[in-house]
Design a protein around this ligand. Structure first.
Ligand SMILES: [Zn+2]
Length: 292
């Protein structure tokens, strides 16, 4: 009997100790701060489908952008449906009319003109609140004339900028417009050392890190890696999450992606998890807390 009791105790301890992260899943609202509703997604996943995925995932606000910009407009136009889903759409102007624009926008004056036109037009969900996502595969292109112009425009108009680039390009972009609100897509997708991320954030108080695809983020046991936990604690107002639905499989797995966030956020203290999951992005755009 004694042996059995001991054994039962050990099993109970294991059960208590092991799945700690899973047991403390983050249950609060999510703000998806990096979402695309591109051309090809609109056919496979009509508005009702993507809104259903967000609603089932507890996503209460999104940064919406798309190639071309009509996808964003269809989300921003679906006022009744987004209201019913409890979702706030924060529209961004994307710089891409087509895939060719990814690698030339930074020197293309017609993109600058398109951005000005879109900003003037606005959306049924309100004015555009940001620019991007844009890509800089070669950091030198952050000094392209249109990249510099758009950074200055963003700062002048209080727009956020969602940029996929390395740490060199972050510095270059912010040199064009010091103090501009730059959301760094993926926070160093090439594996920028966490110490470097922290140093950049300390030097640039308006730099925000978005965490999709960030290598080394989790510890393999369901929680954030130690160095990330420390960064989140030290810079608690500076990180946000996103789905990055850049291809249709990301839409197919949307709920699972949000579940992954809930799992590792659950390993953080609840107020910190809520900041990263919701509050930091909500604060950027002045959104109130959801009712429930
Ligand atoms: Zn993206």
């Amino acid at each position: 009997m004694r042996r059995r009791a001991l054994l039962a105790g050990a099993v109970a301890a294991l059960a208590l100790g092991e799945p700690l992260h899973a047991a403390t899943r983050y249950e609060g609202p999510l703000f998806d701060a990096h979402l695309h509703y591109n051309d090809e997604a609109q056919q496979a996943h009509p508005v009702a489908d993507v809104l259903g995925r967000m609603q089932r995932s507890g996503v209460r606000a999104i940064v919406a952008n798309s190639r071309p910009n009509d996808g964003t407009l269809s989300l921003a136009s679906a006022r009744d449906a987004t209201r019913a889903a409890g979702l706030t759409v924060v529209p961004f102007v994307r710089l891409y009319r087509n895939r060719a624009d990814y690698s030339s926008w930074f020197g293309d004056e017609t993109i600058h003109q398109m951005v000005l036109e879109q900003l003037a037009r606005g959306t049924p969900a309100g004015p555009f609140r940001g620019l991007g996502e844009f890509h800089l595969y070669d950091s030198a292109n952050a000094d392209g004339p249109v990249a510099a112009k758009l950074m200055k425009l963003a700062r002048e108009r209080g727009l956020a900028v969602l940029a996929h680039c390395d740490e060199v390009a972050v510095e270059k972009l912010l040199a064009h417009a010091p103090g501009a609100r730059l959301i760094w897509a993926h926070t160093g997708i090439g594996g920028t050392p966490v110490a470097k991320v922290r140093e950049l954030m300390l030097r640039h108080p308006a730099l925000i890190g978005e965490l999709s695809y960030r290598p080394g983020l989790t510890d393999g046991r369901g929680g954030p890696a130690d160095e990330w936990r420390e960064a989140f604690t030290a810079l608690h107002g500076r990180f946000v999450i996103g789905s990055d639905t850049w291809i249709n499989p990301r839409w197919q797995h949307y709920e699972a992606l949000m579940d992954e966030y809930r799992a590792w956020l659950g390993a953080l203290p609840v107020p910190l998890a809520r900041r990263i999951g919701w509050g930091n992005a909500a604060g950027l755009f002045g959104l109130p807390d959801p009712q429930q």
